[in-house]
Design a protein around this ligand. Structure first.
Ligand SMILES: C[C@H]1O[C@H](OP(=O)(O)OP(=O)(O)OC[C@H]2O[C@@H](n3cnc4c(=O)[nH]c(N)nc43)[C@H](O)[C@@H]2O)[C@@H](O)[C@@H](O)C1=O
Length: 337
């Protein structure tokens, strides 16, 4: 598995994954539409860093552009596709639902068609812990029902889980879905809470805290997350001979080479503790404004990561205080320039 096609290479997770694979000497072709959901300048900076690796090439086009996508994949002939490009973000989906259907449903369908045409050995696709929606039993397990999405964002990701299952079954495409849990770290997305809060503190603006601070997230450090993806690339699922072959706790489909895997830190962190850590590492006291719960938001996420560990021998483990220290060092460095 030495030729890896990554969608979303200018994005937060795609950038870090591409760095890891290129450092290992794998051939990587990136694909990104450079959408302006957040600062395109940040995406260009990430791409410029990837461009320092001689083996890296990138196609700039939208997922919805089937001609461009299929030409890029046919020319590169990957053994593996890691599909990370998406319209992300929970709160933006309330006002811009169509962007999610276009990128996440139509875009993912195009990637699936290309995976079929190309006959890849493994297709890996990003989903989200948001698909656990209104579930309250924690930690979240892959085998739990996840039928109550609270936003169109979560619903489109749940749709990609279902669509890829059908193609894995029909066309025998080994497929792994990841459910990510609030990822953070250097080069992160500025629309997400960790960077939004740190940026506000650096600029002396107040921060707004939803649900009066009674929010919990399984914050996952980005290096841990891409390590998990890297190891899963080498663990493609095989269609079980009989349903009895499925180990209890495995999300492996009884009829297809398909499974979904949580990648989370397995630690439920109070948002207020996370904010305290940002204050400590920036050396700034934030002015806090407390707000009610926001529509579509979930009060808590917490991953059971034992399936990832069983499949790869690895589980994310960076304590949030250490991850926040690295994030803040990066933020301070950029702020001072
Ligand atoms: C896995 C999942 O991960 C991400 O979703 P998220 O967990 O909602 O991440 P976040 O960083 O937006 O929020 C984390 C916490 O922080 C609170 N929060 C945010 N923004 C403000 C804010 O501006 N003010 C306040 N007060 N609270 C905020 C928010 O209410 C929540 O309690 C996705 O981007 C998504 O792409 C994805 O798939």
């Amino acid at each position: 598995m030495t030729r890896v096609f990554i969608t979303g290479t200018a994005g937060f997770i795609g950038y870090h994954l591409a760095e890891l694979l290129l450092a290992e000497g794998l051939a990587v072709h990136g694909y990104d539409g450079m959408t302006d959901y957040y600062d395109v300048g940040l995406k260009r900076e990430r791409l410029a860093r990837l461009g320092r690796h001689p083996g890296f090439r990138q196609t700039e086009a939208m997922l919805e552009d089937m001609g461009a996508l299929s030409a890029a994949i046919a020319a590169f002939k990957p053994q593996v596709i890691v599909h990370l490009a998406a319209q992300a973000g929970v709160r933006y989906s309330l006002d811009h639902p169509r962007a999610y259907v276009d990128a996440n449903v139509t875009g993912t369908f195009n990637v699936m068609e290309c995976a079929r045409e190309q006959g890849v050995a493994h297709l890996l696709v990003a989903s989200t812990s948001s698909v656990y929606g209104a579930n309250t039993e924690m930690p979240f397990r892959e085998t739990d029902k996840a039928d109550t999405p609270l936003t169109i964002y979560a619903a489109t990701k749940k749709a990609t889980e279902a669509m890829t299952h059908a193609y894995a079954h029909l066309w025998n495409i080994p497929t792994t879905l990841f459910r990510f849990f609030t990822v953070y770290g250097p080069w992160g997305r500025p629309d997400m809470a960790p960077i939004k809060f740190a940026q506000a503190m650096l600029e002396g603006r107040p921060i707004e805290i939803y649900n009066h601070g009674e929010m919990y997230r399984d914050f996952t450090y980005v290096d841990d997350l891409v390590r998990g993806i890297r190891l899963l690339i080498d663990a493609p699922p095989a269609r079980p001979a009989t349903p009895a072959d499925i180990v209890p706790g495995d999300s492996l489909s009884p009829v297809a080479p398909w499974r979904v895997v949580n990648i989370g830190n397995s630690e439920k962190v109070r948002l207020l503790d996370f904010i305290d850590a940002i204050e400590r590492h920036l050396g700034i006291r934030a002015e806090r404004r407390y707000l009610p719960m926001q529509t579509g938001d979930v009060p808590a996420t917490w991953a059971d990561a034992s399936l990832l560990q069983r499949l790869t021998g690895y589980r994310p483990q960076t304590p949030f205080d250490e991850g926040v220290a690295r994030l803040c060092a990066w933020m301070l460095d950029r702020h001072r320039r």
